[in-house]
Design a protein around this ligand. Structure first.
Ligand SMILES: [Zn+2]
Length: 253
């Protein structure tokens, strides 16, 4: 395929040898790619300090579809997103998104997945502290939905019966809300009317939603989401960024 250029986000970067780096990139046009950036560790490298995790730019890659490790010829950074590195809660949420993309995204390229990740990283970098919990929960829930694991919130996830209004029970293993008959004898989490409504807004990603989670409720929503991801997407693998994000204290600001 030769030399190609594509918008890309750095998901992961490690030093390789004395002077090189190996990066994982989410690219818009060629899906997830691993690439070696030769000389990127040198002080006067042409990559400069630009191969930072979560930064976005134009990657110039020598692509050979048969190869697992491509060669990165250059990277022009467009967005460094310093706002993400400045606050642990922002960085932790962004890391959950990149971890999910790295582990669970389909191998073939999906431009919309790239655009989604780019938009959500911008939002996490810029949203006010007060709205950060909600933005983070919404970004991760939307990604779960995009990856094909939307929780069932419209009717009973077990038997399809309609659900009454108000408080409802959520079953992780069944993948959504369950009716009271199905909830009997099963492990479920009780969602208040407000929490149920909040969950609907978070999954739909409606930014202008009236959701206003208290720190305690946000922590409960984080636990529910983390358990949902572990059950449906992790397949026994460890999700370190997710574990860290779930255990964040209620508020560190
Ligand atoms: Zn049911």
């Amino acid at each position: 395929m030769g030399l190609v250029s594509t918008p890309a986000i750095v998901l992961h970067a490690i030093k390789y040898g004395e002077t090189s780096k190996i990066v994982k990139l989410a690219t818009r046009d060629y899906g997830i790619q691993s690439a070696i950036a030769k000389g990127a560790g040198r002080p006067k490298s042409r990559f400069g300090a630009q191969l930072e995790i979560l930064s976005e730019g134009t990657a110039h890659l020598y692509l050979k579809p048969s190869r697992e490790l491509q060669t990165l010829a250059g990277f022009e950074v467009l967005r460094l997103r310093p706002g993400l590195a400045g606050e642990v809660r922002r960085y932790a949420a962004a890391q959950v998104l990149t971890e999910l993309v790295l582990r669970c995204a389909p191998a073939e390229p999906h431009a919309w997945l790239f655009e989604f990740l780019s938009r959500q990283l911008d939002r996490l970098a810029e949203v006010t502290s007060v709205k950060l919990d909600e933005a983070a929960l919404s970004a991760v829930w939307q990604l779960v939905r995009i990856l094909g694991f939307a929780p069932q919130l419209d009717y009973c996830a077990r038997d399809g019966r309609s659900l009454g209004a108000g408080a409802a029970r959520f079953s992780i293993s069944d993948g959504g809300l369950v009716c009271s008959a199905c909830a009997a004898g099963r492990r479920t989490a009780l969602l208040s009317r407000d929490d149920r409504e909040a969950l609907q807004h978070l999954v739909a990603g409606s930014y202008d939603s009236p959701v206003n989670l208290s720190a305690r409720h946000a922590a409960a929503h984080r636990r529910l989401l983390a358990r949902f991801v572990r059950f449906h997407l992790a397949e026994g693998r460890e999700f370190k960024a997710l574990d860290f994000w779930e255990r964040l204290p209620w508020r560190d600001t």
